[in-house]
Design a protein around this ligand. Structure first.
Ligand code: ARG
Length: 280
């Protein structure tokens, strides 16, 4: 009986998560096909997960992030990770009655570490089809788009202008994937986005492609020299941030989504957005 309920829940969750991501896809029919395949896959894997236990069986959840992505995560005053995502996962942990331990890691190693070194990743991580093959995502919690950081007076202003350019990105991010797809681009991948920004200041790259909020934070520290250009100007699509969890741990996904929903309903989520992102 319990198992049946779990399977039904998995189905429902699979559909809701995928519908949410599907909305940003430009090919609705392809997205629908993926949805049905993935729901089927998730149902089979639930059985594996319930046999081997859920991360929810633990008292402490190990969380991975990459604390170099303000305002979502950065090194706080005491050097430990702080920011919107850290506050959010702490609030979720409280709702679940779990302790959370947040570890700072390289962004590019987060997805592969889920289910072994860490239980959950929260890192301003965009839901992508590639990542969905390896992990399950919560409901999306934040909408984002890539920006293009340039030096003031740069001639870069449209998608065409990005061709054959030297582009700085953080390794393994959606900015990296976009840059690599641009015709003739020469992409420099950094472990930390701030190093890409420094190389832009040094003239080693022509621009940096990175998510809007961190782009604005980095630019505000060098307002005399840098500008962040809106991604829509370059035809970049909207992205959705979500929390990544082991594939098939339906109980965990369900609990995290429920906590997220409650935090939205009770105003905590908006309070954290105001405190960390939009400013009171
Ligand atoms: N949203 C982008 C992605 O998912 C970049 C995220 C980078 N996050 C970080 N904490 N460094 O690829």
């Amino acid at each position: 009986m319990k198992k049946l309920l779990a399977l039904v829940l998995t189905g429902v969750l699979g559909v809701s998560v995928l519908t949410a991501c599907g909305s940003s896809s430009s090919a609705p029919s392809a997205a629908a096909e993926t949805a049905s395949t993935e729901v089927a896959a998730a149902s089979t894997e639930t059985e594996t997960a319930s046999a081997s236990g859920s991360a929810l069986d633990k008292d402490t959840l190990i969380i991975g992030t990459n604390a170099a992505f303000p305002p979502f995560e950065y090194a706080g005053d005491d050097g430990t990770p702080a920011g919107f995502d850290v506050d959010l996962i702490n609030a979720i942990g409280e709702k679940l009655g779990k302790k959370v331990e947040v570890k700072d890691m390289e962004f590019d190693s987060l997805v592969a570490s889920i289910g072994n070194k860490i239980d959950i990743a929260i890192a301003g991580m965009t839901v992508t089809e590639e990542r969905q093959k390896m992990v399950d995502f919560s409901d999306p919690y934040y909408e984002a788009v890539q920006n293009v950081i340039v030096v003031n007076g740069s001639e870069i202003a449209s998608a065409d202008d990005l061709k054959n350019k030297k582009i700085g990105v953080q390794l393994g991010t959606t900015g990296d994937f976009i840059a690599s797809d641009i015709e003739g681009s020469e992409v420099s991948q950094y472990n930390k986005a701030v190093d890409a920004v420094n190389d832009l200041l040094n003239g080693r790259v022509d621009c940096v492609i990175i998510d809007a909020n961190p782009a604005q934070e980095f630019v505000s520290q060098h307002a005399e020299e840098l500008t962040a250009l809106e991604g829509t100007q370059f035809g970049f699509e909207t992205e959705n941030y979500a929390i990544a969890m082991p594939k098939g741990d339906a109980a965990l996904v369900e609990a995290v989504n429920q906590a997220l929903k409650e935090l939205k309903e009770d105003g905590t989520f908006d309070k954290l957005v105001a405190e960390n992102i939009t400013g009171e």
